[in-house]
Design a protein around this ligand. Structure first.
Ligand SMILES: [Ca+2]
Length: 236
């Protein structure tokens, strides 16, 4: 039965090829089964060419450098966002450049009234022993360009990337505590963070706290109640 079915399918494809051999659709059907290439590039060469033409930017939170031999610095800056104690403050962390440019045509009163107010960020790690020395330092950042890659992702609660992905950096998942009015996004801050030099004054602003997982709707094991969550940023 299989033998006759095979002959029947082969005859049909041969007919398609003969009657529509010059037609693209017919050729595509033929190529699908017989793996004929329309050009001389192998699939690997084609993929390599596409990858060389692609690149992706990601933010390296907590440091002003990028992964050596993997990514190039686009710009460095300071982490910023909404004030921790204000409802409605911005919830997405910003990587503000070291050299801002202002448009004089779009500046009015110099007042924060009726504006969305952006603050610098501090690490709030006074009660988190591994990074207690960073407490109150202003958080820095870098935007990095990963050449030859096309996408990036942050994986919470991981230190390693899936097979085939490039690890850009690993770090500590940080966010805002439950008690703050300004609940902001979690970010993956480098495991060896830097602070802006001479920025240890406690100004507050957009605040970064270590994030922990809580058992319940999160299964334990494998998660551990109240343990700080790692994170990793990967590119492909
Ligand atoms: Ca502070």
């Amino acid at each position: 039965m299989f033998k006759y079915t095979t002959i029947l399918v082969f005859s049909f494809l041969l007919l398609v090829h003969q009657t529509q051999g010059s037609d693209d659709d017919g050729q595509n059907v033929w190529n699908l089964f017989f793996d004929e290439e329309e050009d001389t590039q192998t699939p690997n060469e084609c993929q390599e060419r596409q990858m060389k033409n692609s690149s992706v930017a990601y933010t390296h939170w907590g440091r002003t450098d990028c992964t050596p031999d993997s990514s190039d610095i686009v710009y460095t800056g300071y982490v910023g966002g909404g004030l921790y104690s204000q409802y409605g403050a911005g919830t997405k962390p910003l990587c503000l450049p070291e050299s801002p440019e202002y448009n004089s045509g779009l500046i009015a009163s110099g007042s924060s009234s009726g504006r969305s107010v952006v603050y610098g960020a501090e690490y709030e790690t006074g009660s988190f022993a591994p990074l207690s020395g960073m407490n109150n330092l202003d958080a820095v950042c870098a935007v990095c360009l990963a050449r030859g890659r096309s996408t990036s992702m942050m994986i919470p609660a991981k230190r390693t990337c899936p097979e085939g992905w490039t690890k850009e950096y690993e770090g500590l998942l940080m966010g805002s505590p439950n008690s703050h009015q300004n609940g902001h996004e979690h970010v993956c801050v480098d495991a060896n963070p830097q602070g802006r030099p001479s920025s240890s004054a406690n100004h507050d602003g957009f605040l970064l706290y270590a994030a922990v997982g809580v058992c319940g709707s999160l299964p334990c094991p494998p998660y551990v109640n109240n343990d700080e969550l790692a994170c990793v940023v990967c590119t492909w």
